[in-house]
Ligand binder design. Sequence first.
Ligand code: SDX
Length: 394
Amino acid sequence: QSGAITLDPGYKNTGSCESAITFLDGEEGILRYRGYSIEELAEKASFLEVAYLLIFGELPNELQLQKFNTDILDQSIVNEDMKTVLKGFPESAHPMGVLSSLTSALTAFNPKSVNVDSEEDMYKAIVKILAKFPVLAAWTLRKKKNQKLFNKDTNLGYVESLLKMMFQDDKKKTYKLNRTVVNALDKLLILHADHEQNCSTSTVRIVGSSHAGLFASISAGVSALWGPLHGGANQAVIEMLEEIKADGGDTSKFIEKAKDKDDPFRLMGFGHRVYKNFDPRAKIIKKAADEVLDQLGVDDPILEIAKGLEKAALEDQYFIDRKLYPNVDFYSGIIYRAMGIPTEMFTVMFAVGRLPGWIAQWREMRLRKEPIGRPRQVYIGETHRKFKEIEARS
Ligand code: SDX
């Protein structure tokens, strides 16, 4: 078509980028954060250590981790007026929509977090959002259950205080920490922490590239993650498994439905743009699901349905030909469910895990002084036309 443009031969205008944060090999099923394998980090590190690693590039020593934790705790009070913003939502509102709105609203109460050009100012904005985001996440659950809103218990760790804000008793203000739940959630958050240039991270980078501020960029990332083709898949997987269970547990019908081109249904939790072998996170989460349900004494029939569905799909030529394997979302919801986390909160948990990755990618883009993101296009529309008066139009 005349008027069509050739794409920029380089990568600058195509939305791709250079990054030193996460390495992903889709064929080999390799995932590394700053060079460390996800398998080692999930086993040996805490979520806060991994957050520090992703954002600053090195595993923290004792002193660095202690200061990071203290700086975050110092910022964990959320402005009381944010509760007024929250109160404006109907109970029926999806927690991801509420979380995205509250995250954007944080800017109004922290205006100095917008124009951050120095590393010091960036650090202040970073510890603010790391501190307040889990509080807002917990509040989205409390809102759904019409329960009191609590701020962080600063005597607890990052994951422990999140669980307590989510589940503590309204009246007695108590919450009995379960070490199995804490350890499992810490591992899940690590496994979700970053994944190079996925949809929501690319959103954070492109919004951040206009210098809109960190909180606005994270709010945009939450909205992108919400979609069922992306982070929203973990909720859609459980809804699909429950539908299979209600239908008698016959997975073959759903496999056939997923192959039917006339049917928009896809096997949720299966397939990936980059992993064309297996998603290393799914392997770790599948093993953790067995362990956590066993330790919690939870016998959830949909775990067996999930395993049966995985087996059937991996033996089906359609899935084999398209290299469709379980992804990070396929088993994670089964663990969240065993922890007592409601289905509508699964993607919020994904967002809490992904927050350090979004921050790290935003910080890298800003420190590299990258230009505003401006992907180009191949124009396929009309060639030049003369204006037509309304009388002459058909
Ligand atoms: C995440 O990018 C990331 O890294 C994301 C993520 C992260 O950590 O940030 O890993 C997290 O989002 C994981 C993905 C969660 N989404 C789902 O589980 C939703 C179901 N999956 C699909 O919608 C799909 O697999 C995607 C969106 C994940 C990937 O889409 P692609 O790469 O664009 O695949 P495609 O649409 O090009 O499909 C290729 C073929 C098509 O068939 P043909 O047209 O070639 O005949 O495979 C088919 C598709 O119809 N296909 C599926 C399928 N996924 C792809 N068929 C049935 N069920 C599926 N799940």
